[in-house]
Design a protein around this ligand. Structure first.
Ligand code: TXA
Ligand code: MG
Length: 318
């Protein structure tokens, strides 16, 4: 284990902000998952995120801001954008917007696209870091490309080790799956990636139908939404019922499944299942007694949409 985990104290946050300003990488906690951050306006620093993760450069990054009023400097906004920001920021919602043409330094963050993904995380350590660094911080999840996203500082250290000089520890992430990404560049709101804010919650607020990009060829889609992603080193079988479990399978249950080694939520809560999903996949992956993982069916409502999206990608066979 590399000794690069630091408690999220004010002193360490200031140290981390200095590293960001010097173009270095810092891993930090958010409300959703841990991020691997660099100054979004420093192309060389952003390039080092791609190499530390082993991530292809066509997969753009989310820029994290320290306040709603930072939006205007990065992207074009309108009243729909601002209303959503005032309602859901800080929180688990990322906007895709038209970016400001003047900011060529954002080319790498945006993978050359005319659009930028922006969010304001709801975590005191993340917000203090961004505000102290006084710059938007580009951050993907702090794990190796395609592997399971980290929800604790220890997960980051296991995955990236000494590739990141500093990991700020802010405890386990409360939400546990990545943000919901919505495209706000078209008249309809389109979900590019299901995540920590449910489709129903957005629809209740806007009073409009929200569309899903996935599976609809007429809807814009998000680059980097790979079929195989979030994947453990063992094969994963989804929608597995208790009476189908084989002796070589580690069974992750839901809602009190018979014979489960771990249960994502004995009471059947999709929020609880989202919060535990990645940690339980890691535990199942490291179980020495089994060669495969089987996961019980999870309802597609609330955060179940994001949980099922991640499980489908984790189980995809290339
Ligand atoms: O919860 C989260 O969103 C975490 C934490 C660290 O904030 N971040 C995260 O980042 O999940 P990442 O890099 O794993 O996912 C970013 C995804 C890209 O793969 C792409 O699908 C979408 O965001 N994205 C980024 N910029 C985009 C753009 N300009 N247009 C469309 N999609 C974009
Ligand atoms: Mg990721």
């Amino acid at each position: 284990m590399v000794q690069n985990i630091y408690a999220g104290t004010s002193e360490n946050i200031l140290k981390a902000a200095r590293l960001i300003k010097e173009g270095k990488l810092v891993a930090f906690p958010t409300d959703t998952v841990y991020g691997l951050g660099a100054n979004a306006l420093d192309a060389a620093a952003v390039a080092s995120i791609f190499s530390a993760k082993g991530r292809p450069r066509f997969d753009p990054l989310i820029s994290h801001v320290g306040g709603i009023d930072w939006l205007q400097s990065l992207a074009h906004t309108d009243s729909r954008v601002m209303d959503l920001a005032r309602r859901f920021w800080p929180g688990p919602l990322t906007f895709v917007l038209k970016r400001k043409e003047t900011l060529a330094t954002l080319d790498l963050v945006c993978s050359g696209l005319p659009h930028i993904a922006v969010r304001m995380p709801n975590h005191p350590v993340a917000l203090a870091l961004i505000q102290a660094a006084q710059t938007p911080i580009a951050a993907p999840s702090a794990n190796k490309f395609k592997s399971i996203s980290p929800t604790t500082a220890a997960h980051v250290s296991e995955s990236l080790g000494d590739k990141v000089p500093m990991i700020l520890d802010g405890g386990a992430c409360a939400i546990g799956v990545e943000t919901t990404i919505i495209d706000l560049t078209t008249p309809d709101i389109v979900i590019l990636r299901a995540g920590g804010l449910s489709k129903e919650t957005i629809e209740d607020f806007t009073g409009e139908k929200v569309y899903m990009a996935q599976g609809d060829p007429n809807r814009p889609s998000s680059p980097g939404q790979l079929l195989r992603h979030y994947a453990p080193q063992k094969p994963v079988r989804i929608n597995a019922l208790p009476d189908s479990i084989q002796p070589d399978e580690f069974y992750i249950g839901f809602g009190g499944s018979q014979g489960a080694g771990l249960d994502l939520s004995p009471s059947g809560s999709t929020e609880e299942a989202a919060a535990r999903l990645f940690a339980y996949l890691r535990l199942a992956e490291s179980d020495a007694g089994t060669a495969k993982i089987a996961v019980a069916p999870i309802p597609c409502t609330g955060l179940g949409l994001a949980v099922n999206d991640r499980l489908k990608r984790a189980s995809y066979v290339e």
